[in-house]
Design a protein around this ligand. Structure first.
Ligand SMILES: Cc1cc2nc3c(=O)[nH]c(=O)nc-3n(C[C@H](O)[C@H](O)[C@H](O)COP(=O)(O)OP(=O)(O)OC[C@H]3O[C@@H](n4cnc5c(N)ncnc54)[C@H](O)[C@@H]3O)c2cc1C
Length: 404
């Protein structure tokens, strides 16, 4: 069915981007009466990358959308998040997850393969008929008036002519968002100078003592490594963050990686970690880019266009909340969409006002976490002392995990 042709159909919503954020928005907004049409640039839906962690602020929302059964079949429930020194292997501090997350925050802390989460969202969108889906499609904004927004582009559905008209548009097209330019002046993301090496490791290839089902962060001067289980514990997701120059093709964020470069960048590391990394057959590498923290609601919505997820607030992954914030955005977007007493631009203003400060806080905290993980010299000893003495109270983030 073509919902967005010529005169905007009532409640029509064009969502640009079919990643975790776009699918979450389609699901949440359809449940509140929107008629989303999601367009994705790629010829098929897919998720690159490996694992993601999801805090209770996110799992509670996803379960509320009816995804609990499907997700529980795929996620892992690490019992703790622990920090270790990358050289000595010393345990520096831990945050209990498992039952504590349920008791304190009412929802679990889980780890999951990104493709599994994406598949669960897509399956629900399709099975519930939440949205019309168009692949291999890219659009340009033609005009916006007081009734609707009109776009043209390549790959529009057959029969829709050269343009689509919709009541609203949601930019969920990620870090290199094309829709972002319709809300804020065009500016490329900034290069962080950090590289993320990623791999998935079959735990059966590891000696028994290295098979962990927890989240472990190995911290060291200018480097850190994060390990956690995915795919019901059959695989370990590894992310190694080092300093380095990005490859030229920045927008192509998935690069083949050279193991030797990684070893040089890491330098001396504890034997346990060395053995885990040695078991990896192939690495992929991502140059990390972000944007400065959102500075006000005007950066998240303008007129009939709202931005969501990485399109609005790409962040460093050191608080493990980028996808989480996209999902929180989607929930708020849907709540604001349901304010049928207001015009679409006013609903999007409400959305932006509700979301910008929390997203900015998470962006800032992510940057700070990276700095803390990578401390050197006396500051590093200070951090280790604080973690050993204050442990859980330092590693817990109640304002985040309690939800918006
Ligand atoms: C190393 C690393 C580790 C991470 N770990 C975590 C974690 O543990 N927990 C967590 O919550 N987050 C984590 N993140 C962040 C998370 O991956 C992102 O924040 C999240 O995927 C953003 O989702 P999104 O839907 O906004 O954007 P994307 O996932 O980038 O999706 C955008 C979609 O839009 C499509 N698209 C792009 N341009 C167009 C266009 N012009 N027209 C149509 N479609 C278009 C793309 O093909 C894509 O499908 C991590 C990130 C990295 C790099």
């Amino acid at each position: 069915m073509d919902r967005c042709k010529m005169n905007a159909v009532k409640n029509s919503m064009l969502i640009v981007g079919g990643g975790i954020g776009g699918l979450a928005a389609a699901l949440a907004c359809a449940a509140k009466g929107a008629q989303p049409h999601l367009i994705e640039r790629a010829p098929f839906f897919s998720e690159v990358g490996a694992g993601i962690q999801m805090g209770p602020n996110v799992t509670g929302t996803l379960f509320g959308w009816g995804l609990e059964k499907d997700l529980q079949a795929l996620v892992c429930h690490p019992q703790k998040l622990q920090a270790r020194d990358i050289h000595s292997g010393q345990f520096l501090g831990k945050l209990r997850l498992g039952q504590r997350s349920l008791d304190h925050y009412g929802a679990p802390y889980v780890t999951v393969h990104r493709a599994d989460l994406h598949r669960v969202l897509l399956k629900k969108v399709v099975s519930s008929g939440a949205a019309e889906l168009t692949l291999n499609c890219e659009i340009d904004l033609k005009r916006e008036d007081d009734q609707s927004i009109t776009v043209s582009g390549r790959g529009l559905p057959q029969g829709s002519g050269e343009t689509l008209t919709s009541e609203s548009l949601v930019g969920a097209d990620g870090l290199w968002s094309a829709t972002r330019q319709y809300v804020v002046p065009k500016m490329p993301p900034r290069v962080s100078g950090l590289l993320a090496y990623r791999a998935l490791l079959d735990v059966q290839t590891l000696p028994e003592k290295l098979r962990t089902q927890d989240v472990t962060v190995w911290v060291g001067p200018r480097v850190h490594v994060v390990l956690y289980p995915v795919r019901q514990g059959d695989f370990l997701n590894l992310v190694v963050i080092v300093q380095g120059s990005p490859p030229q093709e920045l927008e192509d964020w998935d690069h083949a990686a050279n193991k030797r470069d990684l070893e040089v960048a890491l330098g001396h590391i504890h034997a346990d970690l060395k053995d885990v990394l040695a078991a990896v057959k192939a690495w992929r590498m991502w140059p990390l880019c972000d944007r400065p923290p959102v500075s006000g609601p005007e950066e998240m919505a303008k007129g009939r266009i709202a931005l969501l997820g990485d399109a609005a607030h790409p962040m460093r992954p050191f608080l493990a909340q980028g996808a989480g914030m996209a999902i929180e955005d989607a929930a708020e977007l849907a709540a604001c969409w349901a304010r049928f007493d207001l015009s679409v631009p006013l609903r999007w203003q409400l959305y932006a006002k509700a979301r910008w400060a929390r997203n900015a806080r998470v962006q800032q905290r992510s940057i700070r976490n990276g700095q803390i993980f990578h401390l050197q010299g006396p500051l590093r000893w200070g951090r280790d002392w604080a973690m050993r003495t204050m442990g859980e109270s330092l590693m817990d983030v109640p304002w985040l995990y309690q939800g918006p």
